[in-house]
Design a protein around this ligand. Structure first.
Ligand SMILES: Nc1ncnc2c1ncn2[C@@H]1O[C@H](COP(=O)(O)OP(=O)(O)OP(=O)(O)O)[C@@H](O)[C@H]1O
Length: 436
């Protein structure tokens, strides 16, 4: 849970996403509403429902990215699901509950990660003891241990190879489905490795590695020992119920439009199946029941053909906040390429830097990249900012391959570099359909 104000949340999102102000504001308010709800008295708190959002906009303009970044900011469990998945053959109504089960699984992994961070200091000490013991032997005198401990801290032992008993995380017994268990899917699955692993105090395996390598492994292992599974699970379940975010993509594709019949029946069925989750229900998972009442749902779709008003009225009512995201322009592409913290120009420069090739971009080089991306989007198919990835990959193809032979060189990506590496591709819709 974060106590950032809406303005602060938007400014954090600005670091990664260009434009789309309306959507950023909406998610910021939704997150702040959670914080406000937490401040209320118990009885009122249960009455306040999340401000679920419907994001409307073409593909690749930042809908998922905004939601994912928001979740990261709030340390909230997050899952993205395509609503159309449930129209596939073989799916039945209750399968939508799997969304919550998957959310729980990822929350457990995430919670463990965060809690690991918290216990790391203690784990560090325990890992150090194990390394020293592996080097000095278990019956070494305290003075000897101390001497090794000092060397260890100074990094002098990093390349020493030691043998250690570490937890065996491989699972030869695999997953075992218990026949006749109701609920299907994961409910009836038991991980025998988990079961026996715990019952028998964990299997271990003897491994050779350098001290430097062993450290990370041991810290992870020691941290896990300090964390008890029950606390992790309890915290994760609570986090899902109070902070969870479900991103439901392609919701427009499960709209039943009035003029069509047939296949649409199953689509409306999917909406009906999803409804209880959004309205608030209890889903049973192998870790315990989860109430979905306060999970934030962000539904999204292009709504090119169907309209939001084609959604089931009950569903419309549960997605009260509507925001439009606009298609991205050439100018947006220039900004996306340069201004965000994770801008592609930065990524490529850093990646080539690992080969000691110094890449720099000129203004006209970036303008050329943005222009081509915008043109191909227009002539072939508009896939939004995703086009930048394919264009960049193509422009860098040659350099990516030859970089190891060009160590020490400087490469300037200007308009002519872009032109040279794309050749006629950008100009021909027929060719770019396949390569860009
Ligand atoms: N406005 C933007 N600013 C910066 N990067 C963006 C923007 N829009 C999209 N991107 C980048 O493009 C990629 C695709 O965006 P995203 O996954 O958010 O698409 P989307 O709108 O959710 O589309 P879809 O509904 O098809 O999943 C991401 O890697 C994202 O970082």
């Amino acid at each position: 849970m974060t106590d950032l104000t809406p303005r602060e949340i938007v400014s954090e999102l600005d670091r990664f996403i260009i434009g789309q102000k309306e959507a950023k504001r909406a998610v910021a308010v939704a997150l702040r509403s959670r914080w406000r709800r937490k401040q209320l008295d118990d009885d009122l708190r249960d009455e306040v429902y999340p401000k679920n959002i419907l994001m409307i906009g073409p593909t690749g303009v930042g809908k998922t990215e905004i939601s994912r970044r928001l979740a990261k900011l709030a340390r909230a469990p997050f899952i993205k699901v395509e609503a159309t998945k449930f129209t596939e053959v073989g799916y039945v109504g209750r399968d939508v509950e799997q969304i919550i089960r998957d959310l729980v699984d990822s929350a457990i992994a995430q919670t463990r990660e965060y809690m690991r961070e918290d216990v790391k200091a203690n784990a560090h000490k325990a890992a150090e003891d194990r390394v020293v013991e592996a080097i000095a032997g278990s019956d070494a005198r305290e003075a000897t241990r101390e001497m090794f401990r000092k060397k260890l801290k100074a990094g002098e032992l990093d390349d020493t190879v030691i043998e250690l008993d570490v937890a065996d995380t491989s699972n030869p017994m695999g997953m075992f489905e218990i026949p006749g268990q109701p609920g299907g899917g994961n409910m009836g699955m038991l991980n025998l490795g988990d079961l026996f692993g715990k019952a028998m105090g964990g299997r271990t395996t003897r491994k050779k590695m350098t001290v430097a390598e062993s450290y990370e492994v041991l810290i992870g292992e020691e941290a896990d020992k300090l964390l008890d599974d029950e606390t992790v699970t309890r915290t994760a379940l609570d986090s899902v119920e109070q902070n969870g975010i479900v991103f439901l993509d392609e919701i427009d594709k499960v709209c039943a439009r009035q003029e069509t019949r047939g296949g649409d029946v199953s689509r409306e069925g999917v909406q009906r199946d999803l409804l209880p989750l959004i309205e608030g229900t209890t889903v049973s998972t192998k870790h315990g029941p989860v109430k979905t009442d306060h999970i934030l749902f962000i539904a999204s779709g292009a709504f090119h053909i169907a309209k939001p008003s084609d959604l089931l009225p009950e569903l419309q009512g549960r997605l009260p906040i509507r925001v439009n995201l606009r298609a991205l322009t050439e100018e947006d592409f220039v900004r996306i390429l340069t201004e965000t913290d994770n801008a592609l120009t930065r990524q490529y420069t850093a990646l080539m830097g690992t080969e000691k090739v110094e890449v720099s971009f000129t203004k006209d080089g970036i303008a050329a990249l943005a222009k081509i991306a915008a043109e191909v989007n227009q002539t072939v198919e508009n896939i939004g900012a995703r086009r930048l990835y394919t264009v960049m990959e193509r422009v860098f193809e040659e350099l990516s391959f030859t970089a190891p032979d060009r160590s020490g060189e400087a490469v300037t990506v200007d308009a002519s570099f872009v032109k040279k590496n794309l050749g006629e591709l950008g100009r021909s819709a027929d060719v770019s359909r396949y390569v860009l």
